[in-house]
Each structure stands twice: as C-alpha cells, then as structure tokens.
Design a binder for this molecule. Structure first.
Ligand code: FAD
Length: 362
C-alpha cells in the first residue's frame, strides 16, 4: 500500500517540510492540510496592522510541480490510535504525520479589549481601528518589549505619525540585545516619538487603557497585546508527550518522543539545539526544523538512518518601520555579540531575509 504522509499546517515550517517531502518521497502519497487556501507571511503581520496590503500566495501555486494533495480545512482533533486527523468537514488518515500548526497570541493574562498581530484576521482587524485613532491623535499601547512588540510599535508609529504610541513592558525593550543594539533601538523610539514604559506589569486591559499592577491606568484607545505565542491544545488532547507550553516533545530528528509516526516542526515543536537549548518560536528556527523532519522522513522511508538536527543562530533581524532596521549578530546560542547593522541597510537586509524565507518554502 502507498505510504500516506500528511502535513498539518502550511506555514513556514509545514510548507517547507511538505515541498521537500513531495520532491523526495516520490512513491508516497503526500497531503497538505491547512485552514486557509493561502500561505500567510506571518512575519509581515505588523505591516498588515499598519495598513499595508499583504500579497496573497495561493497554496495551489506554491505546490505547483508536485503531486501533493491540498485539503483546506481546520484540524479539530487528532486520533493517533487510529492514525486519523479530524477536520471540520472530513477525516484524513495517515501513516506518517507532520504536525506544523504553528502558534497564536498568548492572551491568557488579558484577552478582553486587546488586539493582536499574531494571525492575519487579527492584524486586519487592528488595521481598521488605527486610522481613526490616529486622526484624533489618540494613544495606542503596545504591551510586550520582545521582537513582535518592537516591530509593531515602530511600524505603527512610522505609518501614523500623529498616533501616540506607548510601548509597555515588564523589562526593558530589547534587553537581550547588545549595547549598540539597544542604543539604536532607543534612537529609533525617540525619532518615532514612542514613549517607553519599562519595568511594569499589566494586569488588565479595559476600554480606557492598560491597568498596571498597583492599579494605575495608562490611557489608550487601542491596545496591542504582544507578549508571546502559545500553541493549540490539539496535541495535548491527543495524548502526545508535550512540554508545559503544549509544544510536542521531539527527538533530534523532530520525531515525537511518544508517537514515532508523528513529527513536529516549527512553533508547535519543543525542539532543541545540540547541548540542550530549546529553540525559540520563530520563522528562523521553524524552517530548518521543517527541512530536518522532511529529510528524516524520506531517509527512514528509504531505509537509511537520518541525520540529527543541527542548528546555530546567526543573526536576529528586526524591522523598525520600513526605513530603519536592526540586524543583531548573535553567537550560535542566540546571545548577542557586539556587531550590529542599522538604518536603511538593515531594513533592506531584513526585507531580503523575509523574501528569502518565502522563496525557501518552495
Ligand atoms: C508580527 C510578527 C512578526 C514576526 N517576525 C518574525 C521575524 O522577523 N523572524 C522570525 O524568525 N520570526 C518572526 N515571527 C514569528 C514567526 O512568524 C513564527 O514563529 C512562524 O510563522 C512559525 O512558523 P510555523 O510554520 O510553525 O507556524 P505558522 O507560520 O503560524 O503556520 C501555521 C499554519 O498552520 C495553520 N493552522 C493553524 N491551526 C490550524 C488548524 N487547526 N487547522 C488547520 N490549519 C491550521 C495556519 O493557518 C498556518 O498556515 C513573527 C511573528 C509575528 C506575528
């Protein structure tokens, strides 16, 4: 019987894995399942929030030249015992499964009255509210001083110069960057008029703004919640071994530790570098995990031993609007060293990296 390989999720990691498997495992039946018929460039969603129109990338076009089947549907549940995936309208059987359902905004602390940029619908929703707020010179609060918070605050401040942007964070924004990187960030915030409120804990978001621990309210007409990502509960409910965040525990070939017929890649996988460092959720790590899982699956189907996952960080690329950026060079473990690239050159580098990621999914 033909071996059935099913990939769940056509984001950066899933699409990378699917295309590689389809080009190498020519005797297998490969099926890609995704909730929407387009590939979404998730790393551009802060641009969408700022009113830029994303290009549409129909998945059928991105699979052209392969014999892969595309099923559009939302995964509801996984039944590893019967090797089946339950979608909203169908059930799909598999022999080997690649789980690549990505992540969503972490709104566990504060869900009400906050917007997010972690998925296309939310970013589009946010983009509708910003022009009116900017026209009345209102305040937009961004909670979270990590990569997503920084990129969102700067993008919106650049696109809407009359908007008063406040960046609120428990530490310092970009506190993992080198001294030169942090200094550039401060200059960018000053140039764009972004007010930074560091070292505070947000307990609630309400229609008037952001409520801090201690009771003080920071006024805001709109609040963007950008404190991190979480994964869906599908794997946990299916009985797969997961970590505290619900990410699937995998071995050094991205294979589930509890269910060897299942591989996990991208944000959904609790994957590690050699030496034990867990990979952070990112496109930069997601695509290599997709490549590695694809290579492992095709090697095992051919009766060969797969290569273990090997990964080193190289740079962090941060956009600061369309005309400025920060490329932070990092050690293999993602810690910053002193070299940075800034300004328009960095903005261009980031743009090239984003385009390169899109190209590499094919
Ligand atoms: C604004 C923003 C900026 C970012 N910038 C960067 C950056 O500069 N560099 C970087 O490395 N990372 C960045 N990231 C993080 C990066 O986008 C994610 O880590 C990356 O997209 C993860 O890839 P993935 O393939 O695991 O998941 P995703 O890209 O999220 O793909 C998951 C796919 O699964 C589908 N899916 C989800 N649930 C279901 C379901 N139940 N049924 C069917 N289909 C489903 C989704 O539709 C999607 O197609 C950014 C994220 C955001 C939000």
């Amino acid at each position: 019987m033909t071996h059935r390989i099913v990939i769940l999720g056509a984001g950066y990691a899933g699409l990378t894995a699917a295309n590689r498997i389809a080009s190498r495992a020519r005797h297998a039946q490969v099926t890609l399942v995704n909730a929407r018929p387009q590939f979404v460039e998730r790393v551009r969603l802060h641009q969408v929030a700022a009113g830029q129109q994303p290009r549409e990338y129909p998945l059928r076009e991105r699979l052209r030249g392969t014999a892969m089947q595309l099923v559009i549907g939302r995964v509801q549940a996984l039944d590893p015992q019967h090797r089946q995936v339950r979608l909203d309208h169908a059930t799909v059987g598999y022999d080997t499964l690649v789980y690549a359902l990505g992540s969503a905004a972490d709104t566990t602390t504060v869900a009400d009255h906050a917007c997010t940029v972690a998925d296309l619908d939310s970013a589009r929703e946010l983009s509708k509210g910003v022009p009116d707020l900017a026209a009345e010179r209102g305040v937009l609060a961004v909670v979270g001083g990590g990569l997503t918070g920084i990129e969102t605050a700067t993008e919106l401040a650049e696109a809407y110069p009359h908007l008063r942007v406040r960046l609120i964070t428990s530490g310092q924004p970009g506190d993992w960057l080198s001294a030169r990187g942090r200094a550039h960030l401060r200059r960018a915030f000053d140039r764009l008029g972004i007010e930074v409120l560091p070292g505070v804990t947000v307990t609630r978001v309400d229609p008037e703004g952001v409520v801090l621990a201690g009771g003080r309210t920071v006024g805001a007409g709109l609040t963007v919640w950008a404190t991190g990502f979480v994964v869906a509960d599908i794997a946990r409910h299916a009985g797969l071994a997961v970590d505290g965040q619900g990410r699937i525990l995998v071995d050094d070939t991205l294979r589930s530790r509890s269910h060897p017929e299942i591989y996990a890649v991208g944000d959904s996988a609790a994957a590690y570098r050699a030496g034990g460092q867990q990979l952070r959720m990112s496109c930069a790590t997601g695509m290599p995990t997709g490549q590695c899982a694809a290579a492992a699956i095709t090697a095992r189907l051919a009766g060969r031993d797969p290569e273990p996952f090997a990964f080193r960080y190289f740079i962090q690329c941060i956009s600061l609007g369309r005309r400025d950026g920060l490329i932070q060079f990092v050690h293999p473990d993602d810690s910053a060293h002193n070299a940075v690239l800034t300004g328009r050159t960095a903005a261009w580098c980031k743009e090239l990296v984003v385009r390169g990621a899109l190209y590499a999914t094919r």
